[in-house]
Design a protein around this ligand. Structure first.
Ligand code: DCP
Ligand code: MG
Length: 463
């Protein structure tokens, strides 16, 4: 914790234990060698992980706000490790270029996003300016959001590099909010080489402010009972949604801190900043914020697809890939509490011609084995007269999983019955939520196969 934070009345307790996360192989593009200490990856010291108020994590801070640190800049540094520890700016270099992201080393000079690059270079003449690559940022964003969705389906992305996670329901499986936050930070780093900061609190806006205070590469947990102690010393301008002009209007009223705002009569506020803003500020300053996590629109289909680095012709490898993709689709179905009535297969050949085939099942499913059986059967009916560039599996016609009742068939072989597959797959879900999906693989997927040669995959866009 910095001296400034201590001086502002912060009392905090470092979070002692982290959920152990096994070493993972970083994705292509990550400069991090497996096992490399994250502290050694950059010159900025980690802000550390703390509980506001110094008490234990009492489990009340179930709203997490997670934001990537200097996101565009950090992604660019993955390919430029030699620039770590230096002031780096991402943005247009021309006369009218603006800064989109800056490393914390550049920010020490007063550089921030939306500032004209020319001005940033006046403040920090040694800064290195790099152009942006949005496709890359979208790729890493999808990877990070997938880590979040391994923890809970209640993920609300706010922008390309931040999201709210409601972890109330994940506590039984994964532990306290601080343990969940620490595990997410580890996994994001292990899988991407990027750091993020986590704020955990009982409301969205306090979580958002806590993540800001935890930056870079830190976590701040604010237990519910500490909400006002955390909020009140902060300047009013720090309140999420309070712009410069409102902050100025409040300062003119002698309201400098959130605590000042909390004791200002509601009518005084309303007369100065208007009915809606007055009520909102009054509630926020008193720690009231009932907004819950709003997840994405109801999904119409869930799909995963894979583009191979080298086009494949071996049907055996392609079938293995179908099983792997079906696993990913099924995990997402179960996490969303959905089941699919239809399974669709997509195959793109080396000449880019693409075919789709689909099959409606006898009953809806959320099991990888059933999805994979259908996808494989569809695949076996496709003539392979060319190599395959891309293959995809999609679950369609989704229904709520609890609406489906499995009727065991009289002739079903016990060992292959969906109920035993279900037990196995639900166990996989638990482990995957904690350690990531790659830790558990079916025996058939462990052997070297298309995985070693594939391009990084991502969830297929919604149909
Ligand atoms: N961004 C942008 N233009 C802006 C602000 C941001 O293009 N005016 C992009 C670049 C950022 C990304 O969005 O990297 C995320 O924005 P953040 O506000 O989270 O900023 P950073 O992630 O760069 O820094 P940090 O979150 O550590 O403060
Ligand atoms: Mg960010």
């Amino acid at each position: 914790m910095s001296e400034a934070k201590r001086a502002a009345g912060w009392e905090s307790r470092p979070i002692p234990s982290r959920t152990p996360i096994p070493e993972r192989t970083p994705t292509p593009g990550s400069s991090k060698a497996p096992g490399e200490d994250r502290a050694a990856s950059g010159a900025m010291p980690s802000a550390g992980e703390h509980i506001f108020g110094g008490g234990p994590d009492d489990g009340t801070s179930t709203m997490l706000h997670i934001d990537m640190d200097a996101f565009f800049a950090s992604v660019e540094l993955l390919e430029h490790p030699e620039l770590r520890g230096l002031p780096v700016i991402i943005g247009g270099a021309g006369g009218r270029g603006v800064v989109t992201s800056a490393t914390y080393e550049a920010r020490r000079f007063g550089v921030h996003s939306a500032m004209p690059t020319a001005r940033a270079l006046q403040l920090c003449p040694k800064a290195i300016v790099l152009p942006s690559h949005h496709e890359k940022y979208r790729h890493y964003s999808a990877q990070v959001m997938n880590v979040f969705r391994d923890v809970t389906p209640l993920v609300e992305p706010l922008s390309i590099d931040e999201a709210f996670l409601d972890v109330a329901g994940a506590r039984r499986l994964l532990g306290s909010p601080s343990a969940i936050g620490a595990a997410v930070r580890e996994r994001v780093y292990a899988e991407t080489g990027l750091t993020c900061s986590v704020g955990a609190a009982s409301t969205k806006f306090i979580a958002k402010m806590a993540s800001g205070r935890a930056k870079p590469d830190g976590m701040l947990v604010v237990p519910a009972a500490q909400s006002l102690a955390f909020l009140h010393p902060l300047p009013v301008g720090a309140l999420w949604g309070v712009g410069a002009s409102t902050a100025e209007a409040l300062t003119r009223l002698g309201i400098r801190t959130v605590g000042d705002l909390a004791v200002t009569p509601l009518q005084t506020l309303v007369s100065r900043v208007g009915e809606a803003s007055g009520h909102k500020l009054h509630s926020l300053a008193n720690g009231h914020d009932r907004r819950s996590v709003v997840t994405e629109r109801v999904e119409k289909s869930i799909g995963h697809e894979m583009t191979f680095e080298f086009d494949l012709s071996d049907p055996r490898q392609l079938r293995l890939e179908l099983l792997r993709l079906s696993d990913q689709v099924a995990v997402r179905l179960r996490r969303a509490g959905l089941a699919a009535k239809t399974v669709a297969l997509k195959v793109r050949f080396s000449d880019f011609s693409t075919i789709s085939r689909s099959r409606t099942l006898t009953e809806p499913t959320d099991l990888a084995q059933t999805i994979s059986d259908a996808a494989r059967d569809l695949f076996d009916h496709v003539g392979l007269d060319q190599r395959v560039r891309l293959i995809g599996v999609r679950a369609e016609n989704l229904v709520e999983a609890h609406e489906t009742v499995h009727q065991p068939s009289l002739w079903e072989d016990e060992s292959a019955a969906p109920s035993s597959w279900r037990d196995a797959e639900v166990t996989v879900d638990r482990v995957a939520a904690k350690f990531g999906r790659d830790i558990l693989k079916r025996a058939s997927l462990v052997e070297p196969g298309p995985r070693e040669r594939r391009r990084p995959d991502r969830p297929a866009p919604p149909a």
